[in-house]
Design a protein around this ligand. Structure first.
Ligand code: AMP
Ligand code: MG
Length: 405
């Protein structure tokens, strides 16, 4: 890997996949586990588990019926059986299912001793205290055996897992009410640009409102971080340096703008003066080509290109992985799936493209847009079409990459 200290040709340009691999590798090498918070079940979703969680008993703790019906001996079906009693969820049947007998059973109830299968209530005919079963029953049918979901002491959720609603259900199930999670990482968000004003200001015709730090803040929060928005830095070295130094006190610094080839794109120069190492400063993607990734004062930073689409896309493709992995997640996935196109699509080979698109009923339609500044096209999209860099054309009906927003 090249390490240089200035904006120079020797900082590499990488393909999309190499750049992502580079981020993951650098972050993994530098990883130090964040501190640990203990939270309740109501605050655990979206946090990253800091310790393995184990089953406190077998799940299910006893064999349970998964249907309403009759607990029987499978070898006695088909047949006419005597109903010896009933067992509901939350009860245990005191007796044994003997020869020629069945016990009426509800979903979730423990399977009585002696029975080895459950017949659905829909598949029997009740005749007084008898029940007629017309079909053959397989041993074990509609029974969840003891320990079939998890054995006592098994790890049911591993450290480094981002908790979602189903993992919260599992934590509740195993009685974990004080949950160790990694503290949220602080992410400093710094917009640069003389033309940028705050959203509550009335911009002149030559000015634009700062939208990037707000899309980034939403993306950071969604990725488990805590965002702090810094005041916009002007396009001069002193203002940029002061703001960057402030931003480097966070766990991760995300800059927007000032990384293209223009005379007033100063971010890389100022970072170099602060002793930064750069891992790459251009990626063969669109939007987002002039993307900078490096480290200064032991903190990683991304210089995200300022066009709104570039900022959003490069966060999703690269910065999110850094944030999630530094935050203690074992893996950071970028689930690019495939979907058939509703219309033909062409692009110029050489760059991997991530374009606003709409995924409806499993079919993908590119959304017409005016380029990387077109926030309204992005806001209408629910996915990105992902066009590989080495293929020029897709016909309607052919599958193409899709990344959900
Ligand atoms: P830059 O990367 O600084 O050359 O900026 C590229 C384009 O993105 C320019 O047209 C800017 O006006 C726009 N831009 C830069 N920063 C922001 C921001 N914080 N919010 C919205 N648009 C921005
Ligand atoms: Mg700029």
């Amino acid at each position: 890997m090249f390490v240089v200290h200035a904006r120079m040709a020797s900082v590499p340009t990488l393909s999309f996949r190499d750049a992502r691999a580079c981020v993951i590798e650098q972050v993994a090498k530098a990883f130090r586990a964040p501190g640990v918070d203990v939270v309740g079940l109501d605050c655990a979703a979206s946090r990253v588990l800091a310790e393995d969680m184990r089953a406190d008993r077998d799940y299910p703790p006893v064999a349970r019926s998964v249907r309403d019906g009759f607990a029987v001996r499978a070898s006695e079906t088909p047949g006419l059986l005597r109903v010896a009693g009933e067992v509901r969820a939350g009860e245990v049947f005191g007796g044994v299912v003997g020869a020629g007998e069945a016990v009426e059973i509800m979903t979730g109830a423990p399977v009585p001793t002696g029975a080895d299968a459950v017949v659905m209530v829909e598949h029997v005919t009740r005749e007084g205290d008898l029940v007629r079963i017309d079909r053959e029953t397989k041993k074990g049918q509609f029974i969840n055996p003891q320990g079939s979901e998890a054995r006592k002491s098994d790890i049911v959720i591993a450290a480094g897992t981002r908790l979602d609603y189903s993992s919260v259900a599992l934590l509740a199930t195993i009685g974990a009410t004080r949950i160790p999670v990694f503290r949220k990482l602080h992410v400093a968000l710094l917009a640069t640009g003389d033309e940028i004003v705050e959203p509550n200001e009335q911009p002149a015709d030559y000015q634009i409102r700062n939208s990037n730090v707000y899309s980034l803040a939403a993306q950071v929060v969604r990725s488990g971080g805590e965002a702090s928005i810094l005041p916009v830095a002007k396009d001069d070295r002193e203002s940029t340096r002061i703001a960057i130094e402030r931003g480097l006190s966070a766990d991760l610094l995300l800059l927007s703008g000032g990384v293209s080839a223009g005379k007033y794109d100063l971010v890389e120069i100022v970072l170099a003066q602060l002793g930064a190492e750069f891992f790459f400063d251009r990626v063969l993607i669109q939007p987002g080509q002039p993307l900078v990734f490096g480290r200064a004062r032991e903190k990683f930073f991304f210089g995200l290109p300022g066009n709104p689409a570039s900022t959003m896309v490069t966060f999703e493709l690269f910065a999110r992985a850094a944030l999630e992995l530094l935050g203690g997640q074992k893996e950071s996935l970028l689930p690019i799936a495939a979907a058939p196109l509703t219309t033909g699509f062409r692009h110029k080979i050489g760059l991997t493209r991530f374009l606003p698109a709409s995924l409806v009923d499993g079919r993908l339609t590119p959304i017409p847009w005016q380029g990387s500044s077109d926030v309204s096209a992005l806001a209408r999209s629910n996915a990105f079409l992902v066009a590989d860099s080495d293929r020029e054309e897709w016909k309607a009906g052919e599958t193409i990459g899709v990344l959900l927003k």
